[in-house]
Design a protein around this ligand. Structure first.
Ligand code: G6P
Length: 523
């Protein structure tokens, strides 16, 4: 019976990430409100149904008292979440410090924060010690909940030490580690004082995954150049032990969005928004308020566009949803002030008594309102300076239905997304067991499609404010009809436009199952 039960029960998966998929807000001594957490990692992993999943992560809140810890643990258990309690001082050094002031900017090629770099270097060792301590605390919680045969899937730059801690506890645990940010060129990684320790700790995992082949390649070269290890086509070898390294690009759960736009509450929102913004073209930005998202650069481009196109002043509105994040980190506080200042200036310069050109919100929207906004948008602006894998463009396309919206997309993202389509095609085709010749032929076709993905969006360098302003003007002025779109998709001469009936299909091949199933099957 037991054997039969085991055959029928799902594989257990312990997902370990710094942030749980729900964040807790305290409402009383033993009373908690749980809200869905924001960020790419959570959206990527939401809705795993193929595994019996438990999620281990930081509760996102300081809970010094036993009563609070016990009641929060119980509330989270209902969501299959297991909290790791970290005290305030540790969070300050580990999360605000080492993770978000050092690793995050370096992994996104932003360097160390400019003004307080001296302080950052001086506090480096204490932050790194806190980082290791926090990783060990995550490992201790995993140990308490681990059952033989579980897969332990560690996530992101917060937990690079975790594979090592877990293997030291039990060398038989199957451990995977996946990075949701870029892994930078080895030239950047080698500037980290803790460069070798970080790499060695990650290599303790059985499988190491990245969004793209480039990130995987950077990681392998860092291991070769910094640790002197051998890189093989399968990964990195150290004294006969192989750590597999591979790319598992992420997409969205497109069905969730396609279903949502049919819901009455979303249709109500659409009606409400159309009435509210009626007569004006709607431009949309949806980002965490993070320097990698390029929000100030985007606003400056919009300001330049308004300066150069007075006819558009009362005919367009930019809705910028900027979700606050890491608000205790000084760089993020500075960014918030900077963004507010620019928005205020633009609205002051170009607003009238009844309208302003920018509606800026410092908060997230509920899922249905967000889908409705995507649906009514004429021009979406996804202009990150660097991003692991930005999913807003996919979400926008998924919600456009028959509307012919235009996507202005950062150049740095296009190769990532093109790669993604290619990889997805490969996996799908391999699974359908086509002959290798068929696979090659189809791959070739998809490679072509991937290259022409650029034909689905207006590509911009987000640092080039003049170019982005010109692209905004182009996107707003273009009259979309099928003939124009067809022509644009066929030629590379005219800046192309995303048109859902043509390009959507390719984008919607994206699916978060590729990451979830692909990674765990390989592990
Ligand atoms: C990115 C990171 C995630 C993180 C998310 C939100 O997507 O890759 O690991 O959870 O940002 O950031 P936060 O610091 O609020 O968890």
């Amino acid at each position: 019976h037991e054997r039969q039960d085991r055959r029928h029960s799902k594989q257990r998966l312990l997902v370990v990430a710094n942030r749980l998929p729900v964040s807790a807000v305290r409402k009383g001594e033993a009373c908690w409100q749980l809200e869905v957490s924001v960020g790419g990692l959570v959206s990527a992993l939401l809705g795993i149904t193929e595994f019996e999943t438990r999620w281990v992560g930081w509760a996102g809140v300081n809970v010094p008292d036993e009563v609070g810890r016990k009641s929060l643990t119980e509330s989270l258990a209902a969501k299959r979440c297991i909290p790791v309690f970290l005290d305030e001082d540790l969070v300050h050094l580990y999360y605000n410090g080492y993770c978000n002031n050092i690793l995050w900017p370096l992994f996104h090629y932003l360097g160390l924060p400019n003004e307080d770099w001296l302080a950052t270097i001086c506090s480096f060792q204490s932050q790194f010690d806190a980082y290791k301590k926090a990783n060990q605390m995550f490992a201790d919680v995993v140990k308490e909940h681990y059952q033989e045969g579980d897969i332990v899937w560690c996530h992101d730059y917060h937990l690079m030490f975790l594979p090592k801690c877990l293997k030291e506890q039990n060398s038989n645990i199957k451990v995977g580690w996946f990075l949701h940010t870029p892994f930078p060129s080895s030239e950047i990684h080698r500037t980290m004082p803790s460069r070798s320790e970080l790499l060695t700790a990650v290599l303790a995992a059985d499988l190491v995954g990245f969004h793209t082949y480039d990130y995987a390649r950077h990681f392998v070269s860092a291991c070769t150049r910094i640790l002197g290890l051998e890189g093989t086509p399968d990964g990195v070898e150290d004294q006969g032990r192989l750590t597999r390294v591979a790319a598992f690009p992420i997409g969205i759960d497109s069905d969730r969005f396609l279903r949502a736009i049919q819901l009455p509450q979303v249709k109500n929102y659409i009606k409400e928004f159309e009435e509210r913004f009626g007569g004006r073209k709607v431009m949309l930005g949806v980002d965490r308020l993070d320097m990698i998202k390029g929000i100030p650069q985007k606003l400056l481009a919009f300001e330049k566009f308004l300066e150069e196109n007075p006819d558009w002043h009362d005919k367009v509105v930019l809705l910028q949803i900027a979700v606050p994040t890491r608000t205790d980190v000084p760089e993020y506080q500075k960014l918030t002030c900077q963004v507010h200042e620019i928005v205020g200036r633009i609205n002051g310069r170009f607003g009238t008594l009844t309208t302003v050109p920018i509606h800026h919100l410092d908060r997230s929207l509920d899922f249905h309102a967000l889908c409705a906004l995507y649906a009514i948008t004429d021009v979406a602006l996804v202009t990150s300076l660097r991003d692991g894998m930005n999913l807003v463009s996919y979400e926008f396309v998924a919600c456009q239905a028959s509307k012919k919206g235009v996507l202005i997309l950062s150049e740095v993202l296009i190769s990532i997304q093109a790669f993604f389509i290619l990889a997805f095609a490969y996996v799908t085709i391999s699974k359908s067991q086509g002959s290798s010749q068929e696979i090659d032929a189809l791959l070739f076709e998809f490679a072509g499609a991937a290259q022409s993905l650029g034909a689905g969006a207006i590509l911009v360098n987000p640092w080039n404010v003049t170019e982005v302003a010109a692209s905004i003007a182009y996107a707003l002025n273009i009259e979309l009809n099928d003939t124009v779109v067809e022509a644009q998709l066929r030629t590379t001469q005219i800046p192309p436009v995303l048109q859902t009936e043509h390009a959507c299909d390719r984008y919607l091949r994206s699916n978060n199952r590729l990451l979830i199933l692909g990674f765990n099957a390989t592990l």
